[in-house]
Design a protein around this ligand. Sequence first.
Ligand SMILES: [Zn+2]
Ligand SMILES: [Zn+2]
Length: 368
Amino acid sequence: MSAKPDYYDVLGVDRTAGPDEIRKAYRDLARRHHPDVSREPDATERFQLINEAYAVLRDDEKRATYDRFGHDGPGSPFGAGFDDFGGIGDVFDAFFGGGRRSRPGAAQPGTDARVQVELEFLESVFGVETDVEYQRLEPCGTCAGNGAAPGTRPSTCRPCRGTGQVQRAQRSIFGQFVNVTTCDTCGGAGQVVESKCPTCTGVGLERVSVNRTVRVPAGLQPGTELRLTGEGNHGPRGGSPGDLYIGIGVKPHPVLERDGDNILSNVVINVAEAALGASLEVETADGLKSVKIPPGIQAGTPIPLRGKGAPRLRGSGRGDHFLFVHVATPTKLNRKQRDLLEQLRETLPGGSDTGGRSFAEKIRAAFR
Ligand SMILES: [Zn+2]
Ligand SMILES: [Zn+2]
């Protein structure tokens, strides 16, 4: 067990402190306790501890492990002193705003891949198992990912002796520092490829077509993305792959339209059907369905078909189907139809305007 002080206490920050707060606390402490500046007898140990705490708390992954397991976490390198974390180079990062470096020689994680699929309307409503073809980077088949031409191997990089890092002396307000940077010759890999693989030109990755069967759940909203973990691009030098994001597009349906969990459609009836009611066959997600239009329906009124919408993604049941009724005014009439409508006109109340004008204006209009 370790009697090492808590890293949050070392930096004097809260357990909930954000990256900026941690970085600021570190800068202040590192300035104050740097062995070249501080007169305290234990300045060196203290400075090391500050660096060690910062190296852990600035790194999301290390910080999460530390939060869970403390100093004695599984495979924890925390006891090992700050040199393991890039050491003095981190001091420069903190003081002079250096960027976040990937660990020299380490495999780099791959990036995410994206692909778009277009589903039929009903597939998007009820879900579907579909094949998705996309391109991604995988370790090169010719060189097995090491970038070297067949029959050759990568050799150890000479300037950095395979460590991927070079040390450079640099002057600062505190005196001389040794700044550790990524080796330019090998880019931090620690190895160089003298004769490059012809397939991947030494990168170690090649673009390949991949097929995956994807289960699109019922009730997914168009425009949603599905994620397949680890199915994205592989990274250089055996880096773990990123994720695959599948954008879900939906082809328009000739009749049906989606509105969240509901489905909408329109139906056109004639004047007589509007007045007398009708029985119609309409298209729904479940096929043709016969629907009764009640007598006297007003144009624009939606008729609900309960439970005929899209399945709800979370929870049970389905949305509804709303049938919007439109009334078509006849434009071409034969003699008989005209006679019937004229008879009808004489017996029905005439049109009137119902809104907009004030009562006084209506009175005035009536006496005009
Ligand atoms: Zn290759
Ligand atoms: Zn090198």
